[in-house]
Design a protein around this ligand. Structure first.
Ligand code: NOJ
Length: 563
C-alpha cells in the first residue's frame, strides 16, 4: 500500500513536470563547462553598457523635473543605506558629454540608458504638461551619442515613476496607469524615434512588483506581497502590450525600430536533479521570476504560466479567498499581449539551487506561493551584493532555456555585472569583476557557438559606479569608478574597463590576440586551479563549476531567496 502511494506521488510529480513542458536536461553541457573557449562573436554582435536615469542623472529637482517615487523614497529616513540619495548621483545631467567619451574610449557602439518619466512629464500626465528642458536634455544625450558613433538603446521605465501617479492612483496596482504610460510612450516614440531604433518598455517588472509592491525595500515601499505584487505585474503586462501595439501601428513603418521588455532572471538548478519534485521546483522558480512575464509575451498560447496559475489558485482557496490572488486575463487580453516583442531583453546576474518544499501560510505571500527553498553552493564566489554569486555556466543554461521555451527569440543581454564594496582607496584592480566578466562572456560565446542561441547583444552593468537603489553607493558595479565625495564626480577607469575594451576590439577571444592569452593565463586562477595566486579567490573559486550533485546543503544554509 505504502509503495503504491509513493509511486503514485512520484508519477504525479513527473506528470506535472511534463504538463508544464518543464523538464530541462540538467545533464547537458558538462563536458565543455570548465573549459575556456577561444573564438569570436558574430560580426554584427552588439557590445554595450547600461545605466538608468535615477541611478546616474542627479538634478532631481532641476529645470522643471517632477518628483519621482525614488526621490520621495530616498528622502524618507531609513529607506536607503546611510541615507544616500540620487539627488546628485553621477551628475550625468551635467556630465553626459564626458560619459559619452568614456564609452568612446572603450570602443562601445551601443549604450542603454533610461528616460526619467517625471523629467519629461512632471506629474506623469500629458494633461499636466511637458517639460521642454527635460526633452532638450534627452535630445542632447541622443545627439551626442550619435555624433560619436554610438547607437542609443532607450528604456522608458527604469523604476522612477512620477510621484503624482503614485499619490493619485496608488501606482502600478491601478490600471489607469496603462493609459498614462501609453501617452508617455507615444510622446517619446514621436519625439525621439527619428533617432532611436531600440526601445525597452519596462526594466525588470519582477523587481518593480516584488521589491517595490511586495517586500517594500524599493520605492514606493508597499509591503503587500501576494496581492499588490500580482496586481502590479498585471498592469505592467498590459501597459507593455499597449505601448508595443502603439509603436507597431503608428511608428514602426516610418521609424523601423524595435520594441521589447527587459526581464530579469537568475538560473536555478534542482538540488537533486534525480528527484522529479526538485526538478519541477527549479522550473517553478523560473516561472515565478521570468515565466510570469515571458509566458504571456513570448509564447503563442500566452497567459501566465500554468505552474503559477495552478499553485496560486490552490493556495488562495486554502487561505479562504473566493478566487485566485493572481488576476485573470480575458481571452482578448491574452491574445493582445502574446507576441508583443521584437527581441528578448534579459538581465542576468546569478544562480541558485532549489529544493521542493511545501510551505504553508495563513497569509498571502509571494514567496510561500512557490513551495520551494532556495540556496547557493557554498563555493560560489559572492559579490558585495548579498544576492549575487558568480556562476558563469548559469547564463549559458538560462540562454538555452529561453531558446527552448520562448520561441527561439533574438536575445539582447541588457545587463550583466558584478559588485564590489565601496573602498577607500577605491578598487581599480579587481579580481572578482574580471573573473566574472571573463567567465560570463565566454559562456555567452558557448551559447552562441555550441547551442545555437541567437544572442545578439551583451551589455555590461554598468558604465560607472552609481546609486545602487536601497544600498545607495555602498555597492559598486561600475567599469569606471566614480568619486561621490568630490563635487565634480570624477570618473576613473577600472581594470575591467580595459578588459572590456580589449574584448570589444577583438570581438571576443580570437586565437593569437593578447586578450585571449590574458584570459588563458588567468582562467585557472579564476577557477581556483593550481595557478591561482590569491588564496581567498582560489578558495572561493575552487568549485566555481561544481557538479551540483556534490553540493552540500544543510538546513541552516537555507535562505529563502538568494537570487
Ligand atoms: C538590475 C537593475 O536593472 C539595475 O538598476 C541594478 O543596478 C542592477 N540590477 C544591479 O543590482
Amino acid at each position: 500500500m505504502m509503495v503504491t502511494i509513493i509511486l503514485a506521488l512520484f508519477a504525479t510529480t513527473l506528470i506535472q513536470g511534463m504538463v508544464c513542458g518543464a523538464v530541462y536536461d540538467y545533464g547537458a553541457y558538462d563536458s565543455t563547462r570548465d573549459n575556456f573557449r577561444p573564438g569570436t562573436f558574430p560580426d554584427d554582435f552588439i557590445w554595450s553598457t547600461a545605466t538608468a536615469s535615477y541611478q546616474i542623472e542627479g538634478a532631481w529637482n532641476v529645470d522643471g523635473k517632477g518628483e519621482s517615487i525614488w526621490d520621495r523614497f530616498s528622502h524618507t529616513p531609513g529607506k536607503v543605506d546611510r541615507g544616500d540619495t540620487g539627488d546628485v548621483a553621477c551628475d550625468s545631467y551635467n556630465k553626459y558629454r564626458e560619459d559619452v567619451q568614456l564609452m568612446k574610449a572603450m570602443g562601445l557602439k551601443y549604450y542603454r540608458f533610461s528616460l526619467s518619466w517625471p523629467r519629461i512629464f512632471p506629474d506623469g500626465t500629458v494633461a499636466g504638461g511637458v517639460n521642454q528642458a527635460g526633452v532638450d536634455y534627452y535630445n542632447n544625450v541622443i545627439d551626442e551619442l550619435l555624433a560619436n558613433g554610438i547607437t542609443p538603446m532607450v528604456t522608458l521605465y527604469h523604476w522612477d515613476l512620477p510621484q503624482a501617479l503614485q499619490d493619485r492612483y496608488g501606482g502600478w496596482v491601478n490600471e489607469t496607469l496603462v493609459d498614462h504610460f501609453n501617452d508617455y510612450a507615444d510622446f517619446v516614440f514621436q519625439t525621439f524615434g527619428d533617432r532611436v531604433r531600440y526601445w525597452i518598455t519596462f526594466n525588470e517588472p519582477w523587481a518593480v512588483c516584488v521589491v517595490g509592491y511586495g517586500l517594500g525595500f524599493h520605492a514606493p515601499g508597499i509591503q503587500d506581497s501576494g496581492n499588490s505584487t500580482y496586481l502590479c505585474g498585471h498592469t505592467l503586462l498590459k501597459a507593455h502590450a499597449r505601448a508595443w501595439h502603439s509603436y507597431d501601428q503608428n511608428f514602426r513603418r516610418d521609424q523601423g525600430g524595435q520594441v521589447s521588455i527587459t526581464l530579469s532572471s537568475g538560473w536555478t538548478e534542482p538540488f537533486d536533479p534525480d528527484l522529479p519534485a526538485d526538478v519541477v521546483a527549479a522550473d517553478r522558480s523560473l516561472q515565478f521570476q521570468m515565466g510570469w512575464f515571458a509566458h504571456p509575451i513570448y509564447t503563442s498560447e500566452g497567459d501566465y504560466p500554468p505552474a503559477m496559475k495552478d499553485i496560486i489558485l490552490r493556495k488562495s482557496l486554502a487561505q479562504g479567498f473566493q478566487e485566485s490572488r493572481l488576476p485573470k486575463f480575458t481571452p482578448a487580453e491574452i491574445a493582445n499581449i502574446s507576441g508583443t516583442y521584437d527581441f528578448f531583453g534579459l538581465n542576468h546576474y546569478s544562480s541558485g539551487i532549489v529544493k521542493d518544499k511545501v510551505l504553508t501560510g495563513q497569509y498571502p505571500v509571494f514567496w510561500t506561493d512557490q513551495d520551494l527553498k532556495s540556496t547557493v553552493a557554498p563555493e560560489w564566489p559572492q559579490a558585495a551584493s548579498s544576492w549575487l554569486y558568480s556562476v558563469p555556466w548559469g547564463i549559458r543554461r538560462l540562454l538555452h532555456y529561453i531558446k527552448q521555451h520562448y520561441n527561439d527569440p533574438d536575445i539582447y543581454i541588457t545587463e550583466n555585472g558584478w559588485s564590489e564594496e565601496e573602498a577607500d582607496p577605491p578598487i581599480l584592480e579587481e579580481t572578482g569583476r574580471l573573473c566574472f566578466y571573463m567567465g560570463y562572456i565566454n559562456e555567452v560565446l558557448k551559447a552562441i557557438d555550441l547551442d545555437g542561441v541567437k544572442v545578439r547583444a551583451y551589455t555590461a552593468w554598468s558604465l560607472m559606479d552609481n546609486f545602487e537603489w536601497a544600498e545607495g553607493y555602498t555597492e559598486r558595479f561600475g567599469l569606471h569608478c566614480v568619486n561621490f565625495t568630490d563635487p565634480n564626480r570624477p570618473r576613473t577607469p577600472k581594470q575591467s574597463a580595459g578588459f572590456y575594451k580589449d574584448v570589444i576590439a577583438n570581438n571576443g577571444f580570437p586565437e593569437g590576440a593578447e586578450v585571449t592569452a590574458m584570459v588563458r593565463s588567468r582562467w585557472e586562477e579564476c577557477r581556483g586551479g593550481p595557478g591561482g595566486s590569491n588564496p581567498s579567490q582560489r578558495r572561493a573559486l575552487s568549485s566555481l563549476l561544481p557538479s551540483h550533485r556534490d553540493v552540500q546543503l544543510s538546513d541552516n544554509m537555507y535562505n529563502m531567496y538568494n537570487m
